[in-house]
Structure formats: C-alpha cells, structure tokens
Design a protein around this ligand. Sequence first.
Ligand code: UDP
Ligand code: MG
Length: 150
Amino acid sequence: MERSFVMVKPDGVQRGLVGEIVSRLEAKGLKLVAARFEKLPEARVTEQYKEHLSKPFFPGLKTYIMGGPVFLMVWEGRNVVAIVRKVIGATNPQEAMPGTIRGDFGIDIGRNVIHASDSVESAAREIGIHFKADEVCTYTRIDESVLYEY
Ligand code: UDP
Ligand code: MG
C-alpha cells in the first residue's frame, strides 16, 4: 500500500489545527501508520527541504519550520500521495481552493500550515528522514473492506 509523509507545520500546531487535520485525513479513509510530535533539529529540516536549498525563501523556511514543534505523520492508502496533495491544496493558501486545508486555514505562502510529499519517491525519502522502519505500524483498519471497491 502506498504511503505519504505529512507534517503539521509550527503555525498549524500553534493555531490548534492538529486535530482538524488528522480528522480530515481519517474521514477520507486514509490510515495513520506513524506519528510523532517534536521540534525538528536543523539537519533534518535541511534534509527534508534539500531541493530548495538554493532558493531565496530557504532561510525563512528553515526558521519557520524550526520555530516550534511540528506533528509528523505517515499516512497509508490507495493513491495516498496524490489524494493528500489534493486535500492540502495549492502551496499558496491564497490560491488554494476552499475546502482544502491550506484554502480553509492559511493566508501567506510562508505560513501554509501543512506539508505533504509530492511524489511516491519523495514520500519514501521523507519517511526515511523522520521515521525508523519499526516506527511505522502495519495493521488492517476495520472499515477497509467497505472503503475500497476491490
Ligand atoms: N515556500 C515559501 N515561499 C515560496 C515557496 C515556498 O515560503 O515562494 C515554502 C512553503 O512553506 C512551502 C515550502 O516552502 O510549503 C516548500 O515549497 P514547495 O514548492 O515544495 O511547496 P509544497 O510542496 O509545500 O506545496
Ligand atoms: Mg514540496
């Protein structure tokens, strides 16, 4: 089953949105298989965002992500990577559709509440940065037989 790495960023934690975000992903039918609440060390922030190292917004992004605790999660489900990207909405909350997490809860691009992997490959890489293999749980959710058509 496909997996995605999802993180409630420090602004989302401070604004009390952890429960709402977990709720939306659970209600969609996705399965939570790992989670941790912590303040990220610099090395893991840099590794997480290494594609953006040379971008002008990188220093601000690093300060933002290290500014407080984050809620790290791994979610599992059929086509989960693409589904979660749709549920979170466009990077800039002002362009994100109402009904998406960023569309409903954010305003500035540099305070956009949540991160989610953008491909199956980056999901595997990001999960590996933040979780050991034995921290990701394998289990069957009781509703899976009615959630999926086949
Ligand atoms: N970001 C920013 N300014 C920008 C572009 C990105 O502050 O002009 C931040 C923002 O927090 C974003 C993160 O950098 O979520 C990673 O950017 P990316 O383009 O990968 O967007 P995402 O995959 O998060 O939608
Ligand atoms: Mg990205």
